[in-house]
Design a protein around this ligand. Sequence first.
Ligand SMILES: [Zn+2]
Length: 376
Amino acid sequence: MKILTTANSKLQCALIFLVILALTACSDADTSAHETDALPFIKGVYGNPGTLLEAGYEFDTLGLNAIFVRSISLEDTLYAAARAQNARVFVEFPTLLGRNYVEDHPEAWPIDETGEQSPPADWFMGVCPTDPGFIEHRRDQLREILQTYNVDGIFLDYVHWHAQFETTDPILPETCFCDRCITAFSEHTGIDIPDGDTPGQAGWIMDNADPEWRDWRNYVLNSWVTDMKSIVRDMRPDALVGIFYCSWFPDEHDSALYRTLGIDVEAFAEKADVLAPMLFHKMKDRPAEWVSDYTSWLGNIIAAAENDPLVWPIVQAHDNPDVVTPEEFRQVMLEGSRPPTSGIMMFSDQALLDNPDKIEVMKKLYFEEIGEQGQR
Ligand SMILES: [Zn+2]
């Protein structure tokens, strides 16, 4: 009886999730167009920009016209200061990051192909994206931000299945083979999966339905974007929806961008108002020119999209794993500001404070060299 109840409950969860996805997918077409023409070239900083204020700087005298603030760092004083100093407020939203959540809610822990909880991938711990409790948890958090602050935009971060890509040596586990995901996959595709234990079913899926499995995982991610976007549109119709995402080209790392992370950039381009590829050259051991190589490639993607997303890359200022010199920082900022981009930011405020020469580089770029000079 207990097993039956559990199976019914899982099926109900899967069905509720699918109904929610269908409802939100229907509303997406009505909410895709958005007014972005009036924006100036966006000159931003990412992280906890309040540290710049604490150090005695002001956003407008630094040449900034936008801040990109982590959700946990958003508070009244920072918000008011940004408004007073003519800086737009964009909020980073950690979509599928959730170490504390999965520790408190083991039913949401991603399950790997052995049937075990997938271990943390370096500092990253993802959450199973079909867990109904987690979906509600994130919806509530997003609503609370939008209710409290009249933000200029929400930037979804960590929109990917459990993995670690922000290193030269990526960690790419196979997830999620929890009973809920397997059931939802089977329901969505109509594929009958033979009875068995989790390793048996996971192996069967990857041997017999691998393309469908990858497509379904991508569909789940895209549904998250649609769902979060519908909440933003409902509560703050003028706010933009951006996505921070892994800037691997699709064929790198054995196509892990799609196969493992579940990301299809073309689909993101159809859903987001702003694409913010994370172009961290030092962490990925690339030359500065790689930044504009990527944005040029992305230009072709957005040119083919029916939607017309903006491109605002985030480039690296902080010293990891090696020093990023002020001149190197300047180079990646310039590379990242070429067309088709219409905005840029750097990771992060702390890197600027650690080396004030980088603040001088940023000021000169933002006042004299990038975008509409001096415009805010
Ligand atoms: Zn799962």
